[in-house]
Design a protein around this ligand. Sequence first.
Ligand SMILES: Nc1ncnc2c1ncn2[C@@H]1O[C@H](COP(=O)(O)OP(=O)(O)OP(=O)(O)O)[C@@H](O)[C@H]1O
Length: 230
Amino acid sequence: MLSVENISKSFTIHHLGQTRSAISGINLHVAKGEFLGIVGKSGSGKSTILKSIYGTYKPEDGAIIYDAKDEGPVNMLEMADHDLIRLRKTEIGYVSQFLKVMPRTTSLELVTQSLLEMGEDAEAARQQAEAALRHFDIPESLWDNYPNTFSGGEKLRLNIARATVKSPRLLLLDEPTASLDNDSKLKVRDAIAKLKADGTTLIGIFHDLEFMEGLCDRVYDMANGKVGRM
Ligand SMILES: Nc1ncnc2c1ncn2[C@@H]1O[C@H](COP(=O)(O)OP(=O)(O)OP(=O)(O)O)[C@@H](O)[C@H]1O
């Protein structure tokens, strides 16, 4: 489903005149329907890998081959921006700890929008969005509110609802449960387990290794670049 081949990414810190390597020579392979966990210490480059796959960062070399639904295998590092944006709208999801809000868009509209981008019709999109908000305990009184006023946990749950509601083919999870209480964590776990059962391929970073148990098939360790079993 996804093959990350020898990617490297460095950042230039202009005011210090320095260039720092964030990741170097990373190789990862994820089969369709598999859940690959990424573990490693803070600053080891875990998020940089996910952001490179999603296209937020552009690695200097290597290739990221993704088996797209219609086109088949494509190198995402060589794709035109509009093709990458289309893939993000229709088949690749990304959830981080932080919610990107859109101006003057309510929480219900945000989740509905996510489904409309997939080509869902308006009424079905609204119903599925409401079910997702309910599932993640976003109170109905908040559905017509702008999420910038939400608590940290509410924002996070909304973020997860928005990404999971459209059952992406590939879902990238960057510590999505970092500041959630246990109850909310279990709901996220349920949603991930359901996506996995439906065939979604997942790559996730979690500090809480217990959370991954029983969900992850294999783990990539940043320390030695090796993939092991959970
Ligand atoms: N946009 C950026 N500009 C400059 N340096 C960056 C940028 N993004 C990441 N880095 C650097 O790259 C290195 C890897 O960062 P990354 O966020 O990928 O690590 P991580 O393993 O996800 O860390 P954590 O577990 O703390 O979230 C760090 O040294 C970080 O400072």
